[in-house]
Design a protein around this ligand. Structure first.
Ligand code: SF4
Ligand code: SF4
Length: 172
């Protein structure tokens, strides 16, 4: 009897098949890559436009663990930091300060997740090894002093670091 090979199709991951507003809470939360960039303080300078000029700083919210790049009080964070924004699909439309690497922003703009995202790599460390997270680059707001001494541009950029074991570059 001849062997019949049946191609096993790998199902597409949820972030490719569901809209952001169709995702379960667990799926939504898993989109966060743990970079910590959104937890850096920002400054907005008046420049004559409605939105002003957004400047990132390397000064992290006092609740951010600077090594793990995760909120130390995530569930109760708004009790401690009342202006911490809860991301929702609707809120994404109003927010202009998410970094270009952010999974929520990327998917909302119709882009895919990049190789270092833990959902793609299967490894929560790749967001750090790829130079995407704030690990080693952020300072705590209690130590920092004036925010305008800490303006940096790297949170607004995507590192072009290659995958460690392939010649493939991240694509945008
Ligand atoms: S910038 Fe986006 S992906 Fe990174 S920690 Fe914030 S919400 Fe998560
Ligand atoms: S309260 Fe937590 S989630 Fe909010 S900005 Fe601070 S560290 Fe980030």
């Amino acid at each position: 009897m001849p062997l019949i090979w049946q191609a096993m199709e790998t199902p597409e991951p949820f972030w490719k098949t569901k809209r952001l507003d169709e995702m379960s809470q667990a799926e939504w939360e898993s989109l966060c890559d743990g970079c910590g960039r959104c937890c850096l303080n920002k400054l907005i300078y008046e420049d004559g436009t409605e939105q002003g000029q957004l400047c990132y700083t390397n000064v992290a919210c006092r609740l951010l663990d600077l090594h793990e790049c995760r909120c130390t009080h995530y569930e109760t964070r708004q009790r401690h930091v009342p202006d911490c924004v809860s991301l929702t699909p609707a809120a994404l439309r109003e927010i202009n300060w998410l970094p270009p690497s952010c999974a929520y922003r990327r998917l909302d703009e119709g882009r895919d997740l990049l190789w270092w995202h833990p959902l793609v790599s299967g490894d929560p460390e790749t967001v750090h090894s790829a130079g995407v997270s704030v690990r080693g680059r952020a300072v705590g707001e209690r130590q920092a002093g004036p925010l305008d001494h800490h303006i940096v541009d790297w949170p607004g950029k995507i590192p072009r670091r290659r995958r460690p074991d392939t010649s493939e570059n991240p694509t945008d």
